[in-house]
Design a protein around this ligand. Structure first.
Ligand SMILES: Nc1ncnc2c1ncn2[C@@H]1O[C@H](COP(=O)(O)OP(=O)(O)OP(=O)(O)O)[C@@H](O)[C@H]1O
Ligand SMILES: [Mg+2]
Length: 329
């Protein structure tokens, strides 16, 4: 199946085209190693697009997709993800879209790319910020999510510092955090697990202040053990093949294995990074039990949303002999 065939299929306004968006306006280039771009799509909303083939490495776009869908599915606040089509016409209309490499400029391929729904607006009072002020951490309404995200990141062997953007709520002036940049989860661009204690923590360590409670940590781990096996099984079925070149099956096996010893992984990472030690009465060793599963405050509703999305993709794949996995390959 060639990409041209997909293109004509797409233009026929097949019902499944609603699961993809097209970029129709270039806004600006974003900072950072992946050289992402801010675009406006045909739903009028703004997306930070990480393009396939970007200089950060072979599997980063797959990681972005897996990381955001998985984190959303377990109830963590992430910027929503979307599959975005960039046409040849769009790419050719704006020279800034090209990658800048040491060897020169490189044109991204037209086709499907990863989009992260912009939190807030590109300008004005609703422009998001990445700055976390230590004196204002308690104004982050959903700050407890940083502990859940840390545990998910340890499981996913995130090789980079956790990033979040904050959006100020107009009604009560509180801030809300949304996690972004999952490109170095899953052992990084080469899908190679290696333990680097503390690597996945947010650089502003005060954001974790007083969050650690053994029973909350145990609750997150139990929740992940319950939800993640099913999430992994459907999220991999909707991952575009052109976004990765690693061994997806062995990545999934590794992740399932890490789920079985997540308590030890978290205990080790937290102890060695010493991030949470001062918050724990035991001080020299964190002791997590598997009991004391408390009711999570995190909603699980997004899991159903993403599962429905997966069902749409699956129908799309099977109904028209168009294999999503082969698109663009
Ligand atoms: N969904 C989003 N909403 C708002 N801002 C975003 C979103 N996604 C990314 N950004 C902004 O775009 C910038 C680049 O994104 P990101 O960190 O994912 O790219 P990167 O290439 O990995 O960057 P770096 O190499 O600096 O980590 C972020 O610093 C953030 O300010
Ligand atoms: Mg980043």
């Amino acid at each position: 199946m060639s990409f041209v065939e997909f293109d004509s299929f797409y233009k026929e306004e097949h019902p499944c085209s609603t699961v993809f968006l097209s970029a129709n306006k270039y806004i600006r280039k974003m900072k950072g190693g992946s050289q992402s771009i801010l675009v406006q799509c045909d739903d009028d909303r703004f997306y930070v697009v990480k393009m396939a083939g970007n200089p950060q490495g072979p599997n980063v776009v797959a990681n972005e997709f897996l990381g955001s869908v998985i984190a959303g599915a377990v109830g963590l606040p992430v910027a929503e993800s979307m599959v975005i089509h960039l046409s040849d016409h769009f790419i050719d209309s704006e020279p800034d879209i090209w990658f800048e490499l040491p060897s020169g400029r490189k044109r991204p391929d037209a086709g499907l790319h990863f989009g992260s729904l912009l939190v807030g607006q590109p300008s004005g009072p609703q422009r998001p910020s990445e700055y976390i002020s230590p004196s204002r951490i308690n104004s982050i309404a959903n700050r407890d999510a940083f502990l859940g995200m840390y545990i998910l990141d340890v499981w996913a062997n995130h090789q980079d510092n956790r990033q979040a953007v904050l959006l100020r709520r107009s009604d009560d002036n509180a801030q809300e955090a949304f996690f972004i940049d999952h490109g170095h989860m899953f052992g990084g661009p080469d899908w190679n697990f290696r333990e680097r204690p503390g690597a996945a923590l947010h650089l502003e360590s005060s954001v974790y202040s007083e969050l650690w409670h053994d029973e909350v940590v145990s609750s997150w781990i139990s929740h992940f053990r319950t939800v993640l096996p099913e999430v992994l099984s459907w999220v991999t079925s909707i991952l575009p093949a052109r976004w990765y070149n690693g061994d997806l099956r062995s990545l999934m096996e590794g992740l399932i294995h890490r789920l079985s010893n997540l308590t030890e992984l978290v205990q080790k990472d937290a102890t060695r990074s010493r991030q949470f030690a001062y918050q724990n009465s035991e001080n020299d060793a964190l002791r997590l039990s598997d009991s004391g599963i408390h009711k999570l405050r995190t909603p699980d509703t997004r899991s159903a949303f993403y599962r429905d999305l997966a069902v749409s993709y699956a129908k799309f794949i099977h109904s028209d002999r168009v294999c999503f996995a082969k698109l663009g390959s």
